[in-house]
Write a protein that binds this ligand. Sequence first.
Ligand code: AMP
Length: 421
Amino acid sequence: MKYPIPRGTYDILPDQSYKWQYLIRRFQDIAASFGYHEINTPIFEVSALFERSSGESSDVVQKEMYRFTDRRGREFALRPEGTAPVVRSFVENSMDKDGAKTKLFYVGPMFRYDRPQAGRYRQFWQYGIEFFGAQHPFYDAEVIALLWQYLKGLGLSKIELRINSVGSPQCWEAYEKVLKEYYRPHLPQLCADCQTRFEIKPKRLLDCKVPSCRTIAQDAPSQLDHLDEESRQHFAEVQGHLNAAGVPYIIDPHIVRGLDYYSHTAFEVVFDGLGAQNTLAGGGRYNYLVEQIGGKSTPAIGFAGGFERLILALESEGIQIGKPLIPDIYAIAMGAEAQEALIPLIYDLRRELVSVEYDPTKTSFKAQMKAANHSQARFALIIGEDELASGSVILKDLETGEQVSLSSKDIDAIRGAVISK
Ligand code: AMP
C-alpha cells in the first residue's frame, strides 16, 4: 500500500458504521432525556489551553499532545480531550452567569500520541457531558446516573461503577505528605514515570497501571481517610443520591484520574474482560477549572467515555447493536418503457424516506430478481408490460412470496404496505 493509514487510526467501514450511528443516537437520546444540549467545539485549540487545564506535568501534555504551529508560528494542538475546549467555549460565550445551570454534551474525535494497542488509538471517539453551575451532590449523582443508564441500557452486564472522593484543595497538602512518606521507601521499585510522579504529582502514583506499582499502591494511605469535613459530607451525600437513583457503585480509593483539575467526586466505569484498557468511561468534579481558564468561579462536573472500547465490550458480551442498512424495496423494470415509468416512482418513494435500490445495468428479470434477493430487501417492486399498460405496479413480499397490485400513482399505498412490515 502506497499511502497507508496513520498508525493508531482506523477507518469506520460500512459494516461497522451503523453500530456507531446507533451508539451516537442513543447517547444523544439519553442526554436529551436528562436535559443536555449538544455542543461542538473545533478539533484544534491553542495548546496553552490544554497545558493550563490538564497540568503541565500530566501525561497528556508531556507526551501525548499532537502539536503543530500554523503559518504565523502560533502553537496549536489537536484536542486530546473534550473538557477544556467545552470550558473554553463556556467562558468565551459568557455562559458563566451567576446561578445559571448549564448542561452540555459532545461527541467527536480526540487525538493522543500514545502507543497504540487494543482499545488505545491515536484518534479515538469520545462521548461526554459537562454540567456547570452547582456544587450540590444531586448533580454528581445525576451525571453518573446518565453514564450508567447509557451503558446499562445497551445491555452490558460486566460493568462496574467505581467512585472516590479526591477531596478539596484544603486537604491535599496533608494527604500528599502522608502519601510521600509511604512511598519513599518503595522509590527504587517504582517505574520511571512514577519516580517523576513522586516529585511532582504524588497522587498520580495511585493509578499507575504498571503491575509492580499497582502492588505498592494497594497498601497506600487513602485520601478517603484524609478528607476535610465538607468533602466527607459531600461524598456521603453523593452516595445517598446514587442510591436514590438506583445506581450501584463500589468505593475505590485508587480512582484519582489523570488530570490535575479534579476535586471531590471522581469515578470510572470499568469493564471486566478488556485487558489493560478496561476503563470504558471516567470523570469527576472540577470546581476550579472555569476560573483557571479565565471565567467566573463555577462548580462543574462531567465525564468522557470512548466508543472504541465500548464496541469491544459489547462484542465481548455478544451484544448486537443497530441494524445494517437493508433497502425496503428492490425495484425491477422489464424493458426500456417500464424503466422510464419506474425511475420517477423510485424518487417519489425516496422523497418519503422509503429506501429503494435499483440497478439499471441489470436488464433480465432473472438477474434483477437475483439482485433483489441478494440485497435482502423485503419487497420487490416490479413493472412489466401488463403493469405498464394498466398503470400499476406489483409489490412482492420476498419473505412470504405474497404479491399485490397497486396503482403506480399511489405512493401512500406503496409506502403503507412497506412500512407495515
Ligand atoms: P480520559 O479522557 O483519559 O479520562 O478517557 C476517557 C475515556 O476515553 C476512557 O475511559 C476510554 O474509554 C477513552 N479513551 C481515552 N484514551 C483513549 C485512547 N487512546 N484510545 C481509545 N479510547 C481512549
